[in-house]
Ligand binder design. Structure first.
Ligand SMILES: NC(=O)c1ccc[n+]([C@@H]2O[C@H](COP(=O)([O-])OP(=O)(O)OC[C@H]3O[C@@H](n4cnc5c(N)ncnc54)[C@H](O)[C@@H]3O)[C@@H](O)[C@H]2O)c1
Length: 258
């Protein structure tokens, strides 16, 4: 394995059986990390771990539901048993949800909040306790532009991601002096399975009208940014929410002036 930014590092990437997490896990493997491919879809986790292994890297597939505290503790124990330390956590696993505010059931609300917010809290806390013993580490939470703006149908999903953004800032403030850097990325719309299920033609057209870049992101474009925040290249970046959104957050009126 050639020298990379993650040589000798151990990374847990949650939700890395497919989509953005898969790209992050593969890229970290290419750059020398020992990667824990953590997902509740065990078959997909195994496939990604095999891909990393076939490319000459080290990877451990772990089946975990990030919203179950016991399973998260077990994931940490398996990581330590296999690789002895944890340098990086990418808190990426999450589910999509689009439904009008007036129609959301309490059950749906609780499911989205429990996976997309509580799940990140559980993973971050369990891993940060290990990083504290080691003297440091880096955590990257995956938020969303839906946690920053009031997009239609994003009441539960957006509230969870807004929670991730604030959680990121508090963790960064509390953990910085202990050597643990915490940041988040806020992706814009990215071509993954989650988007294929949640974005109909009307959603895509609406996004294209407000995206200066006029296209969705490739998962690799999100992964590149996550790797920067997970690496020592960003050692003085802390508590930052980095939008990877094709200019969505910067945009005002978009039209062709005459
Ligand atoms: N795709 C986008 O447009 C977009 C935009 C902004 C933010 N995000 C966020 O990026 C992250 C990845 O999204 P994606 O588009 O790659 O989704 P995806 O559905 O393609 O992949 C998500 C992965 O997470 C796993 N997962 C889901 N819930 C889990 C749980 N409770 N425990 C363990 N694993 C679980 C799934 O099995 C899957 O492999 C999510 O947090 C999502 O909210 C995505």
């Amino acid at each position: 394995m050639p020298n990379g930014r993650f040589q000798g590092k151990v990374s847990i990437v949650t939700g890395s059986g497919q989509g953005i997490g898969r790209e992050i896990a593969l890229a970290m493997g290419r750059e020398g990390a020992s990667v824990v491919v953590a997902d509740w879809n065990e078959i997909k986790a195994r496939e990604v771990a095999s891909e990393i292994g076939a490319a000459g890297g080290a990877a451990l597939p772990v089946k975990v539901d990030i919203s179950d505290a016991g399973q998260v503790e077990a994931m940490v124990r398996q990581t330590l048993a296999a690789f002895g330390r944890i340098d990086v956590l990418v808190n990426n696993a999450g589910i999509g949800h689009v439904k009008p505010f007036l129609s959301i059931t309490l059950e749906e609300w609780n499911r989205v909040l429990t996976i997309n917010l509580t799940g990140q809290f559980l993973c971050a806390q369990a891993v940060a306790r290990v990083m504290l013993q080691q003297g440091g580490g880096r955590i990257v939470n995956v938020a969303s532009i839906s946690g920053e703006r009031g997009g239609t149908g994003r009441a539960a999903y957006g509230a969870a991601k807004a929670g991730v953004i604030l959680l990121t800032k508090v963790m960064a403030v509390e953990l910085a002096a202990k050597g643990i850097g915490v940041n988040a990325i806020s992706p814009g719309p990215t071509e993954t399975e989650q988007v294929r299920q949640c974005h109909d033609d009307a959603t895509r057209a609406a996004y294209h009208s407000v995206l200066p870049i006029k296209r969705y992101a490739a998962p690799s474009e999100i992964a590149n940014t996550a790797l920067f925040l997970a690496s020592q290249e960003s050692s003085f970046v802390n508590g930052h929410i980095l939008n990877v959104d094709g200019g969505f957050g910067a945009a005002g009126l978009i039209f062709e002036p005459r």
